[in-house]
Design a protein around this ligand. Structure first.
Ligand SMILES: Nc1ncnc2c1ncn2[C@@H]1O[C@H](COP(=O)(O)OP(=O)(O)O)[C@@H](O)[C@H]1O
Ligand SMILES: [Mg+2]
Length: 395
């Protein structure tokens, strides 16, 4: 059988009405979302050309946002499936190219709704499905960062898409704890975060020279946090954890303004003095109308070789903070877990491998994994419901 061949037509250059097949191809392409940006590829300026040959072979010229885009195969599969269903299409071929600087700038301004004025924070948009948890403590050294990295890694290991913003201006230690030495890369004004154990990480330390101490004033901090949230290309996150500086400072308040749906997770030790200041850090939620997701007690005890528990920092701090915050906000603030002291936790952190990965069977890791499970379960139960638009006290 001989197929009569006609010259190829290019839709891009055609001004006459397009055929119904071509129309249908365009409609099919409009159903394909970019897997990272979650918007139709046709809206993002990614479809450069569509050529329909007489034998029913469609060649689609597709522009990737960056060369070596890891989601290229996903795009190929989705486009082939969508266009392949169009009657009259025999085969789909994709000719990949890369956007020029000009095209990327155009895309960026499109993503920002045509304006470059105020950066848009995806997590603050009404439809956002990202759970944002700010990890707070009354004072430093209670294990806030250790808990942040372990929860993040545990959630990533469960298949969640996870990011961390290390916003602790005094003691940014997250990259080290995750063994991240890479710096963020920049595509136009988008910052691509380095990744470890499936967790995307941005740290305030990545933007300061060496180990230099920086005096952060409120407005500067606000801008920095805004940039981390808006200009970092996080993709579609299930969970974003923020390691806040200890205490009740500017960062917590800026975060509440930038992402009102962010919820607070309070870390304390069992010590009464620590619990009192932790309570104050949690009480910020009342003023900012944020929800308190719960309390994690760290350094709860040390198990001696005899099996006996040595309560190095006393007992009851976590439960006390949970109770008083519950009373304060008028909604349940549970004690989500008690993490024992374990030298392996510190060693794993120092080596850049969180203990939930390095030694998941250890009691400290088990306690952290259980907290991660509770956060994950919480997210499932929230699926489909509007998130975080109401203050905790008035639920
Ligand atoms: N449960 C624990 N067992 C042993 N060491 C811990 C534990 N939690 C934290 N540490 C260690 O204590 C130190 C302070 O913890 P870190 O997470 O940096 O606290 P923060 O972020 O609150 O300042 C780190 O050296 C860390 O490895
Ligand atoms: Mg820290």
């Amino acid at each position: 059988m001989v197929v009569r061949s006609r010259p190829r037509r290019s839709m891009g250059s055609m001004s006459a009405p397009v055929s119904t097949v071509e129309q249908a191809i365009h409609e099919a392409l409009a159903t394909v979302d970019d897997p990272e940006i979650h918007r139709p590829i046709t809206d993002l300026g990614m479809v450069k050309s569509v050529d329909l040959a007489a034998d029913g072979v469609v060649t689609i010229g597709l522009l990737l946002t960056v060369a070596g885009c890891p989601l290229r195969d996903k795009l190929r599969t989705d486009i082939t499936a969508a266009v392949g269903r169009v009657a009259g299409v025999a085969r789909v071929e994709i000719d990949f190219g890369v956007m020029s600087d000009e095209q990327r700038r155009e895309l960026q301004s499109r993503l920002r709704g045509g304006s470059t004025a105020e950066p848009v924070i995806p997590f603050a948009q009404p439809g956002s499905r990202t759970q944002v948890y700010a990890v707070a403590s009354g004072k430093g050294g209670v294990g806030k960062s250790s808990i942040t990295v372990n929860l993040a890694t545990a959630l990533a290991a469960k298949g969640r898409s996870v990011g961390i913003v290390d916003a602790d201006i005094y003691g940014h230690s997250i990259p080290r704890m995750l063994g991240v030495t890479g710096r963020p890369t920049q595509v136009e004004e988008m910052i691509m975060p380095p990744q470890a154990y499936g967790v995307k990480v941005i740290s305030i330390g990545m933007f300061t020279a060496g180990n230099a101490a920086v005096v952060w004033r409120g407005p500067m901090l606000h801008r920095a946090l805004q940039q981390f949230l808006a200009d970092v290309y996080w993709g579609d996150l299930d969970v974003l954890l923020l390691d806040l500086p200890p205490g009740t400072g500017d960062v917590a308040i800026s975060l509440a303004q930038l992402v009102p749906s962010a919820e607070l997770l309070v870390v304390t030790t069992p010590q009464v003095a620590a619990a009192e200041v932790a309570e104050r850090a949690g009480a910020v939620a009342l003023q900012t109308h944020q929800r308190l997701v719960g309390v994690v007690e760290n350094m709860s005890w040390l198990t001696l070789p005899s099996g006996e528990r040595l309560e190095v920092f006393g007992t009851g701090g976590g439960a006390a903070v949970a109770e008083s915050l519950t009373r304060l906000v008028g909604a349940p603030v549970p004690l989500l877990g008690q993490v024992p002291l374990d030298p392996r936790l510190r060693e794993a952190s120092d080596a850049g491998t969180p203990i939930v990965v390095a030694d998941p069977a250890s009691p400290a890791a088990a306690a952290l994994l259980s907290v991660a499970d509770q956060l994950a379960a919480r997210r499932e139960s929230l699926a489909g419901k509007p998130l975080g638009l109401r203050p905790a006290a008035r639920r």
